[in-house]
Design a protein around this ligand. Structure first.
Ligand code: HEM
Length: 453
């Protein structure tokens, strides 16, 4: 008997599997789950090696609890990009990953995180200023502008001015390429990553990164010289942080982590916000309950009270459950033989906890396609049953920050605008890069402006 065995999965050519995954991710996952159950194997680009998708909660618990010596993410699991850099938390593994996480955790949590409340509120007010009563408009671009500015100001600690504007323009050029399909294909098929000069797509991408890096390094050096300990932005906190040996982060580490926080934290939060706004207005009874809860907090509620509001928390949780913007947790690579759900997997196999399918399990979430925040008030879910932020040693380091930001942005928008969904038909989820976004950016119609800030 062969020692190792892969779970079943489609026998179609890997190109077809990749195409189905890119074009119809949710339908493809649901179809595979129906045919093969809680664990199945796909072969999708860029690696085409077997990838084992898992949606059984006990197996996910096992994955999250396995020592990173035996199962970890990072560069070996295929996570690398010149934009993120090799010191990115996403690309690191083992001890260096642990060290970097320890340095990055404090600025994104607790008291320090709460100090960004006012900033988040004022950015939201500013960015929604231009909304007009009457015309349908997509809320997603506004949410993107809000979350982008929050990262640049709270994480990078930039202030309005010429460098802020140039850095912002450079980042936008990289993150929203002129021909998105070409960029996406370059990442799915690494063979296309050829630097054939400034006019070739990959060559131009690398040169854009170089220009961006010059700006970021200039910012890091300036900040080091200007009393970072007196500031509260995350870059300054990273500059003053020391590891157990008393060592600071290097400039390359600082650069790579800044970009990682931006890439990992901006579109994810923006899409989640657009979904939450959509569902709140699609379900008037949810809106009403939320309105009552927020009214009970008083005129200018303390950010901490907003963060702890229970119905608002349930609304955010349910929005992140129903269409988790990150459909899959990070790839994990098997480093020593591992048995999962009766399959013995050989080193080199990639395992992927499937967030979307786990959140659609009928037994855990009756009528899973219904938006029902009450399910989060009626029972508690284990971290391997509800995992919009992944889990184990890779659990999203920005989870608390993202939830804080979502709650403050939603509260600010709801206190100032009355709106309705533009279309009574249920909104479709669509792929936007690696994420799941609401179709057409979630079209809404403003009915009235309630309060001016
Ligand atoms: C609603 C918004 C967000 C969602 C749904 C989300 C989701 C996730 C998920 C699913 C993972 C992978 C976890 C795993 O594989 O176990 C992850 C990792 C990560 N996230 Fe988030 N995220 C969000 C916001 C943020 C924010 C705001 C930041 C930072 C400011 C951030 C930074 C990161 C980083 C650095 C990692 C890699 C962690 C590691 O490898 O150790 N995320 N996130």
């Amino acid at each position: 008997m062969s020692e190792y065995q892969l779970p079943d999965g489609p026998q179609t050519h890997p190109w077809i599997q990749t195409q189905q995954w890119l074009m119809h991710p949710l339908e493809y996952l649901e179809d595979c789950a129906q045919r093969y159950g809680d664990i199945f194997t796909l072969r999708i680009g860029p690696v085409f090696t077997p990838q084992v998708f898992v949606s059984d909660p006990q197996a996910i618990q096992q994955i999250f609890a396995t020592d990173p010596k035996h199962l970890d993410s990072g560069e070996a699991a295929g996570i690398k990009s010149p934009l993120l850099g090799r010191q990115s938390l996403l690309a690191l593994e083992g001890k260096s990953h642990q060290r970097q996480r320890r340095l990055l955790t404090p600025p994104l949590h607790g008291e320090r995180m709460l100090t960004y409340g006012e900033l988040i509120r004022s950015i939201t007010e500013q960015q929604t200023q231009q909304w007009q009563v009457g015309e349908p408009f997509p809320v997603l671009p506004s949410m993107q502008a809000i979350s982008f500015e929050i990262i640049l100001k709270a994480v990078f600690g930039l202030e309005d001015g010429p460098r802020y504007q140039t850095l912002k323009d450079q980042l936008i050029a990289i993150l929203n390429p002129k021909v998105p399909l070409v960029t996406e294909l370059m990442f799915v098929f690494p063979g296309l990553q050829q630097d054939l000069g400034a006019w070739s797509p990959w060559g131009s991408f690398l040169r854009q990164i170089q220009q961006l890096d010059e700006l970021i390094y200039a910012e890091i050096r300036d900040r080091k010289e200007t009393a970072p300990s007196a500031r509260t932005d995350i870059l300054s906190l990273m500059i003053t942080a020391r590891d157990e040996q008393g060592q600071p982060m290097t400039e390359v580490e600082l650069r790579d982590e800044l970009i990682t926080l931006l890439i990992a934290g901006h579109e994810t939060t923006a899409s989640s916000l657009a979904w939450a706004l959509y569902w709140i207005h699609q379900r008037p009874e949810v809106h009403e309950k939320l309105r009552q809860e927020l009214a009970g907090l008083g005129a200018n509620p303390d950010p901490n009270a907003i963060f702890r509001a229970s119905y608002l928390t349930a609304v955010c949780c349910e929005a992140l459950r129903l269409y988790p913007v990150v459909m899959l947790a990070l790839n994990r690579i098997v480093k020593s033989p591992l048995e999962i759900l009766g399959y013995r997997l050989e080193p080199g196999t990639v395992i992927i906890p499937c967030i979307y399918l786990t959140h659609q399990r009928e037994k855990l979430y009756p009528e899973p396609k219904q938006f029902r925040p009450e399910r989060f008030l009626e029972r508690q879910f284990a971290p391997y049953e509800y995992l919009p932020f992944g889990g184990g040693n890779r659990r999203c380091i920005g989870m608390a920050f993202a939830l804080f930001e979502m709650k403050l942005v939603l509260t600010t928008v709801l206190s100032q605008w009355r709106m309705v969904v533009a279309d009574t038909q249920l909104l479709r989820p669509v792929r936007k890069g690696a994420l799941l976004a609401p179709a057409e950016g979630a079209q809404m119609i403003i009915k009235a402006r309630l309060n001016s800030p």
